[in-house]
Unconditional design. Structure first.
Length: 316
């Protein structure tokens, strides 16, 4: 699928971690176009590669990373095979809301000082007065009181820390925001609060990438969903496509696990099939057949909705 007005484009993107004797590949040749000014959810279980993809977007890959293919952000090739260049992108155009906001905040600084440090990095010549003004506006925009700026991170609850992290992102004013499991360890009320805050970010014309295992949360927030498993994209499309017409068995499994409307999906084939060149879902798929020894490419049934499944492709 090729869309216009693209914020992020990946082609045959491989990202792995050098473990000395072998490379552990977290992404296995993914292709994806993410439009500007939209909310795009990357959904999958732990180990699917979704966090690695999020880190690649914001330029937070470790030094021992191995890359192939390319990743383009706002027409800048940040990954070009083994060359990485995030100049002008990291911390400016693309910013991450951390999965663990408390750990990401400097425990020795008050929130006001954290804002000041972040804003001085983003806007080199900003005055202290202007930085305080921006911090105050950002804190208020996430529903926190002004006195939060005078607190240390350990004085904040988990929900407050999450909102401070979102406020820091709002203050930086990037074009692309990656939110990694933004509702983990939050109760239902705070999940709703974070959901509304993320929606407000979208309304400001930003591109929001949400990394989550929760397809129900994704469906409430995003315009598009990409379903990942073991470093590969198995299904991709608009939320309405994914929820009303899921094509890949794994997508159906995720929807069933979230207790959505799709009929129950159960595994009934326990035969383990380890074939690194074939479909990554083969060892868990109840519809496995001989074609699955080869890795399927994404097949699009319309402009937006694609699936990497031999069985589905043969049935269409």
């Amino acid at each position: 699928m090729v869309l216009n007005n693209i914020a992020i484009r990946a082609r045959n993107l491989y990202i792995g971690y050098d473990e000395g004797e072998k490379i552990l590949w977290a992404l296995n040749g993914i292709d994806i176009d993410i439009p500007k000014n939209t909310a795009y959810c990357i959904v999958g279980e732990s180990g699917s590669g979704k966090t690695t993809f999020g880190n690649a977007i914001v330029g937070l890959l470790p030094p021992y990373v191995v890359t192939k293919g390319y990743l383009e952000i706002y027409n800048n090739k940040v990954i070009d095979n083994d060359r990485l260049n995030y100049s002008g992108i990291r911390g400016d155009i693309a910013v991450r809301i951390p999965q663990n906001p408390i750990a990401s905040l400097n425990p020795y600084l008050k929130i006001e000082s954290i804002f000041l440090d972040v804003l001085k990095h983003r806007f080199k010549s900003i005055s202290r007065e202007k930085a305080f003004e921006i911090a105050l506006e950002a804190i208020r925009s996430v529903g926190l009181s002004d006195d939060v700026l005078n607190k240390y991170p350990h004085q904040l609850s988990g929900g407050m820390s999450q909102r401070v992290a979102i406020a820091l992102t709002i203050a930086i004013n990037p074009e692309i925001i990656v939110a990694d499991e933004p509702t983990s360890n939050l109760d239902a009320y705070l999940k709703g609060t974070v959901l509304n805050l993320l929606k407000s970010i979208i309304s400001k014309g930003k591109t929001l990438i949400v990394i989550t295992h929760d397809i129900l949360f994704a469906s409430a927030l995003c315009n598009f969903i990409a379903v990942m498993f073991m470093g590969s994209i198995l299904e991709i499309g608009r939320v309405v496509d994914i929820l009303t017409n899921p094509l890949h068995p794994y997508t159906k499994e995720l929807i069933d696990a979230a207790n959505l409307s799709y009929t129950n999906f159960k595994h009934f084939n326990n035969k383990l099939r380890n074939n690194s060149k074939g479909c990554v879902y083969a060892s868990r798929c109840p519809y496995y057949f001989d074609e699955c020894i080869e890795k399927p490419k994404i097949y699009y049934i319309n402009q937006y909705h694609g699936v990497a499944c031999w069985r589905v492709q043969k049935s269409l």
